[in-house]
Design a protein around this ligand. Structure first.
Ligand code: F3S
Length: 749
């Protein structure tokens, strides 16, 4: 058994009493998210009615999951924490470092070879500290967690922004940086601002081409990429019961794209069926016995507007398939309007590749519905117009889909089966095109579609849709094809229409797997050696960051003023750079290389105040660091949107950038900056962004009196000798100010 059943029995034994205690304290009915949050307080005695969106609260999560790209830095930090063993069940999943090129048979051995040093390191650290290890090819972290570890009412953190996927199984699952994961693994409290609550009522049921993915694609359009920041999205209404457990997980997964802290569904029969189908009948029975506290109280459901901060209603029966993009996941468009959008914007109409899979959409149900379309290619005498790439979510899904003929269905239409891993979703795609400079379009069932994310090519227009729609568009090869209304011409010159996809939520013959890829830790970890070669280019021991010197930051050169979106992909690019995720010095060479310089519209070309040249951002920062000069970055809205990678905070810290001054921050990234001892400040008046000039020297004043809720002063010294002063706000609490003073959160342990 890969999970700790005793821990789960103990959890359910006390869950209802904890919820009851919280209900008394709050003296009102509770939502589901509140029940789970209050049942996981680090110190139950400190319980009070926490103010949503304001109070920082300490929690005690039940488990931790880490993917290989972020686990390296998390475990390097954990090794410095002086513990013998992790305090809560934890796992590492090798899914991000595997490149998709020719297919699983060649790609997986090649990845094992190329990443051997990192895999050996992760495996040995996992073994030493009591952490479960899922080897390369075992599957994508969130699919594996859903299949094995998620449980209704539980709480987990994961070093990946799509950790909320487990909300499909009724869990509060939150994406965090490695430093947060280290706190939890060390048995310490995990701090989170008490989230606001967005209630999404689902009515009706899906049919035809509409898929669970379309719920969240529509919602992304309504909420935008930061509309749910510091909020939990809680689903309710009878429509929730019509969705499969894995469909619910898809919806929760992409809550990350609207900035949500997490998303959660109430416990229902579909969750029970999924738990049983994945060998966890006992958990289904335990959850069933406290089902009424695994959903919102009846009074809440009767009058949701009184209990949630915002309510949105979606009628599943009326929901159209959506296709979102390019370049941002909230550019939502129903399929009926999509052809018009493509033509109006001049997007490349030829659909060049369909990609299905990723942690968002790689369940048995997803593959079975997409396979039903692949089968129609032969039945209707059609030809695939574009290649189809498939990344199954786990070895269990792959083996079951293989037994049930779906893998053969994809291969029969030329589909390439890649490793059970992230692959193109994280830029690990060795794509071969005739001309990289040619604008081109792809459709994926992934969650993110930022520029360059899939193939590193800024000319690729990536759109996100359900796996069904991605497959249909690959059959047509035309972005303007609407399978609900349009016909295709087959080899017999007949006009044919694709039938709506059909599929099973769970395999009728049960799941099957030969080797699920799990490696248990050593029973005696003290005997396991972890070695890091000082000559390694992939791994590097961490040196603590220096504490704050007690002075204001004076006349720092502006390193870069970024314009527009600046996601963690822009700050610390993935793709080939993933190989340096365990080596802070080497990965720092990619710092902010994707960010657009507001003064010249270019990426990775910023003014160097030491020599007047335009050079790469990291090159300039390195020269400043060598001269003992601290620098500052200025940015627009939702800085650090996207992933949980703390490299996006550690790289600037390492290169002596001390301050990020932005119009606003994404939640995980703001925490990561604080944990690494950076100053994450926001413009009190967003128009002050416009005052910052390229050659400015910028000071941050008031640090000696740095206190919660107290603004700091920014002084711009312009090149002509004039100055401008304005206020900068922040969200640091007392503890976080101590992290800043100590140089990092880790330094305070
Ligand atoms: Fe992997 Fe993409 Fe999910 S990188 S964890 S498949 S968002």
């Amino acid at each position: 058994m890969v999970y700790d059943i005793e821990m789960i029995r103990n959890f359910y034994a006390s869950y209802r009493a904890k919820v009851e205690n919280a209900r008394k304290k709050l003296d009102r009915p509770m939502t589901l998210a509140e029940k789970i949050l209050y049942a996981h307080l680090y110190d139950e005695k400190a319980m009070t009615a926490f103010r949503r969106g304001e109070d920082y609260v300490n929690f005690r999560p039940d488990r931790v999951a880490m993917q290989d790209a972020t686990a390296q830095m998390a475990l390097l930090q954990f090794m410095n924490a002086g513990k013998e063993k992790v305090a809560v069940p934890s796992t590492v999943h090798c899914d991000h470092l595997i490149q998709a090129y020719k297919g699983v048979k060649e790609d997986l051995p090649a990845a094992c070879d190329a990443n051997r040093e990192v895999y050996d390191f992760l495996k040995s650290v996992a073994s030493k500290y009591g952490i479960g290890f899922w080897k390369p090819g075992a599957g994508i972290i969130h699919q594996v967690v859903l299949e094995n570890y998620a449980f209704p009412g539980g709480m987990m953190v994961g070093t990946d922004s799509h950790t909320p996927n487990a909300g499909g199984l009724g869990m509060i699952a939150v994406g965090v940086g490695g430093a947060d994961a280290v706190d939890v693994m060390a048995g310490m409290e995990w701090e989170l601002k008490m989230p606001k609550l967005i209630g999404v009522k689902l009515v009706g049921s899906l049919s035809g081409w509409a898929a669970p993915k379309d719920v969240i694609l529509k919602l992304a359009g309504l909420l935008t990429v930061k509309g749910a920041t510091n909020a939990v999205i809680e689903y309710f209404g009878e429509g929730t019961e019509s969705l499969s457990c894995t469909g619910k997980a898809t919806i929760c997964n992409m809550g990350a794209e609207v900035g949500a802290t997490t998303s959660v569904f109430p416990y229902d029969e579909e969750m029970g069926r999924y738990l049983s189908a994945t060998g966890r009948e006992e958990i289904a029975s335990l959850a069933g016995s406290c089902a009424e506290d695994l959903r919102a109280d009846d009074e809440v459901l009767a009058d949701p507007a009184s209990y949630y901060d915002r309510i949105i209603e979606i009628n599943l029966s009326e929901l159209e398939p959506y296709i979102n993009g390019p370049f941002t996941p909230d550019a939502a468009c129903p399929i009926s309007e999509f052809a018009g959008k493509v033509k109006a914007n001049g997007y490349p109409q030829r659909m060049e590749v369909g990609l299905i899979g990723s942690c968002t959409n790689s369940s048995y149900q997803d593959l079975s519905r997409a396979a039903s379309l692949a089968r129609q290619v032969k039945e209707k005498k059609l030809k695939m117009a574009s290649p189809l790439i498939v990344n199954p979510g786990s070895e269990q899904v792959y083996c079951t889909a293989s037994r049930d003929g779906m893998i053969a269905d994809f291969e029969a239409v030329g589909g390439i089966i890649m490793t059970n891993a992230c692959g193109p979703c994280i830029g690990q795609w060795k794509r071969v095109t005739d001309d990289n400079a040619r604008p081109n379009s792809i459709v994926t069932s992934f969650n993110r579609n930022f520029a360059k994310r899939a193939d590193g090519n800024p000319n690729t227009h990536a759109f996100v849709a359900s796996p069904e729609l991605a497959t249909a568009l690959a059959i047509a090869g035309d972005l303007c094809f609407n399978p609900l209304t349009d016909t295709l011409v087959n080899e017999a010159d007949e006009a044919v229409r694709l039938d709506a996809p059909v599929g099973e939520t769970l395999p009728a013959k049960g799941f099957t797997v030969d080797d699920n890829g799990y490696v248990a830790p050593a029973s005696d970890g003290s005997r396991v050696e972890v070695t890091i070669s000082p000559l390694s280019q992939r791994l590097q021991k961490l040196e603590p960051f220096a504490p704050w010197d007690g002075n204001d930051f004076l006349e720092m050169p502006l390193l870069v003023k970024t314009k527009g979106k600046c996601t963690t992909d822009h700050i610390s690019m993935a793709g080939p750079w993933l190989r340096f995720r365990g080596h802070l010095e080497n990965i720092s060479d990619n710092m902010l290389m994707g960010a657009v310089n507001a003064f010249n519209g270019k990426t990775n070309a910023v003014w160097n105040s030491l020599n007047g040249n335009y050079e790469a951002v990291s090159a300039v920062a390195k020269q400043y660091k060598a001269e003992g000069i601290a620098s500052i970055v200025v940015a627009e809205e939702n800085y650090g949107e996207g992933s949980s990678r703390e490299h996006a905070a550690m790289e600037p810290r390492f290169l002596n950038v001390r301050v990020i001054l932005a119009k606003s921050f994404a939640r995980i990234h703001e925490t990561n900056l604080k944990k690494q001892g950076m100053l994450a400040l926001t413009f009190a008046d967003k128009d002050d962004y416009d005052k910052v000039r390229e050659h400015d020297k910028i000071s941050v004043l008031g640090l000696r009196d740095f206190a919660p809720g107290k603004p700091l002063s920014i002084v711009l010294l312009h090149e002509d000798g004039t100055t401008e002063t304005f206020r900068a706000a922040h969200t640091y609490n007392r503890q976080q100010i101590e992290w800043f003073k100590a140089g990092s959160a880790l330094n305070t342990k």
